[in-house]
Design a protein around this ligand. Structure first.
Ligand SMILES: Cc1cc2nc3c(=O)[nH]c(=O)nc-3n(C[C@H](O)[C@H](O)[C@H](O)COP(=O)(O)OP(=O)(O)OC[C@H]3O[C@@H](n4cnc5c(N)ncnc54)[C@H](O)[C@@H]3O)c2cc1C
Length: 493
């Protein structure tokens, strides 16, 4: 097994896309679960800290080590099976999402939870319960995880299958492959009724697999994953429509969301059922206008939507959407409609460009990312949106807002130009997260907590619940060696 300790060679493992920086002594590149197990057994015996690294595209410093060693999963990159008949895929954790998506789409299948950044690893997406634009219709990664093979921090192997190991009320008994029994008490906190990637998934009678999905590598190293896949839709129409009034764009999203929910409830295949509903505010459009000169100068907002269609119903869906665009005074003339695959890719690149450009800006100026990942129940969303916009405008900081508004999920990214602005931005960021908590939402809907939002997770769930999460971790990781610094401050224990 390769192990690198030359600091020049391991720099890329010392930060992630959030520009959070750390340090470590060496990086290990295991090739299978046995390798992972021997690294962890030794580290556990010697109480050496271990951090797991996926693709390093995370936005919270979660894969960034604070000391000790890093386990990179990049050599565990085999797609073991794609079963077209039974609709599942089995992969190792280091498979790059774009590679899996390519193979799946060649077989006319769909794996829906695809984050905007497709260089992430499948293991990373499971560890963070990642979401993508299609999450509006198809839910987050959690909904697609059927089985996991996990190496626990003690080196023992745990195999989990959905629907086979569940908690009894809040007590969960698990058995490792070697026969060791692990009993945990699930904390009884109420999770927000939103898309959520904040802290452990905890629910009465929950499936054990859900505890590990989204646990940010704090409970074990995922070494094999079985995912549910779906048949690909016959066709997808995709459109970016500009609005010259922000309130109309927000109302358009609200109405498209409500119609989509209603369509699903009635299982009616003839009316609007958005696959994706994404929003860009005026600042985001201005930020992108250098690269996309086709953006109308007077645009105050834009919405990107996608809709699955068939060749026979495509036209009627098209008419339905046009009617909705007209109802909210969207600019039909300047809208970008994508029908061919090439056009669709261009629209996806446009959506990706905003996240990339923000990350480039913060890296260039050497600040950490200050981008919210908040979501609230739909009814409270506009209150959160206007609150956030007002407070950021009062400070005079440059910012952009975009995100998965179908899921009432907002990324407000601050673009500080100097340290004073960065410090102001930090306070603002915190206030927006506290507002989301007040509105019964989450501080992280998809990126997770990592090392950058621990204080806010504490604000969201309270000290007593955080301590319960930590006791749960201790059942799997008695020496607290794995992914130190993610989710909570060890000083609380
Ligand atoms: C431009 C851009 C756009 C993005 N858009 C989205 C988006 O739309 N939706 C979204 O959800 N996220 C998005 N992200 C964030 C990021 O891509 C996701 O969080 C992704 O899931 C991280 O995967 P990764 O492999 O890069 O993980 P890493 O960053 O390497 O690690 C993330 C966490 O997972 C843990 N981990 C990784 N592999 C394993 C394993 N095998 N076992 C146990 N723990 C493991 C790490 O220890 C760490 O805690 C975006 C990022 C960028 C840069």
């Amino acid at each position: 097994m390769i192990n690198k300790s030359n600091q020049d060679e391991i720099q890329k493992y010392l930060s992630d896309a959030s520009n959070y920086h750390g340090s470590c002594q060496s990086v290990y590149f295991p090739e299978n679960a046995n390798d992972v197990s021997s690294i962890l057994k030794e580290a556990n015996a010697k109480k050496i800290l271990v951090t797991v690294a996926g693709g390093g595209t995370g936005l919270t410093g979660a894969c960034v080590p604070q000391d000790g060693i890093v386990i990179s999963t990049e050599k565990m990159n085999k797609i073991i099976e794609v079963n077209e008949t039974e609709k599942f895929a089995i992969t190792e954790p280091g498979v790059i999402l774009s590679d899996l998506l390519r193979i799946i789409s060649e077989k006319n299948l769909l794996y829906p939870p695809d984050p905007t950044e497709k260089k992430c690893f499948i293991g990373g997406t499971v560890a963070t319960n990642a979401s993508g634009e299609k999450t509006f219709k198809y839910g987050p990664t959690r909904d697609y995880v059927l089985e996991l093979e996990i190496v626990l921090p003690t080196g023992e192997l745990l195999n989990l299958k959905r629907n086979e190991q569940a908690a009894e009320l809040y007590s969960l008994d698990l058995h490792t492959a070697g026969g060791k029994r692990i009993s945990v008490e699930i904390p009884e906190y109420q999770m927000p009724d939103t898309k959520n990637a904040s802290g452990y998934f905890c629910k009465r009678n929950m499936d054990a697999i859900d505890l590990f999905v989204g646990s940010e590598g704090t409970l074990g190293v995922i070494t094999k994953i079985k995912l549910k896949i779906l048949p690909a839709p016959e066709k997808i129409i995709s459109c970016l429509v500009f609005f010259n009034q922000e309130k109309n764009a927000l109302a358009f999203v609200r109405q498209a969301r409500n119609i989509s929910f209603d369509t699903r409830l009635r299982n009616d295949l003839r009316t609007i059922d958005a696959l994706a509903l994404e929003y860009f505010d005026e600042q985001a459009l201005k930020f992108l206008s250098e690269d996309y000169q086709q953006i109308p100068g007077d645009a105050k907002a834009a919405v990107w939507f996608e809709q699955e269609v068939t060749h026979s119903n495509e036209e009627s869906f098209f008419d339905n959407w046009i009617n909705l665009i007209r109802k909210f005074n969207g600019d039909e003339e300047s809208a970008w409609f994508a029908v061919t695959d090439a056009d669709k890719i261009k629209l996806q690149e446009f959506r990706h460009a905003i996240s990339l450009k923000v990350n480039e800006f913060i890296s260039k100026n050497n600040f950490r990312k200050l981008g919210t990942d908040v979501a609230v129940p739909d009814l409270n969303f506009e209150e959160l949106y206007y609150y956030s916009k007002n407070v950021v405008e009062q400070t005079g900081l440059d910012y952009v807002i975009y995100g998965h508004f179908g899921n009432s999920h907002m990324h407000l990214n601050m673009l500080p130009k100097n340290n004073t602005e960065f410090e102001n931005g930090k306070l603002l960021y915190k206030n927006i997260c506290l507002k989301a908590i007040e509105l019964k939402g989450t501080i992280s809907a998809e990126h997770g907590i990592g090392k950058m939002k621990r204080e806010l997770l504490l604000a969201m769930y309270g000290e007593e619940n955080i301590k319960k999460m930590m006791s749960l971790k201790k059942q799997f990781d008695p020496n607290l060696i794995l992914n130190k610094g993610n989710l909570f401050y060890e000083s609380l224990l």
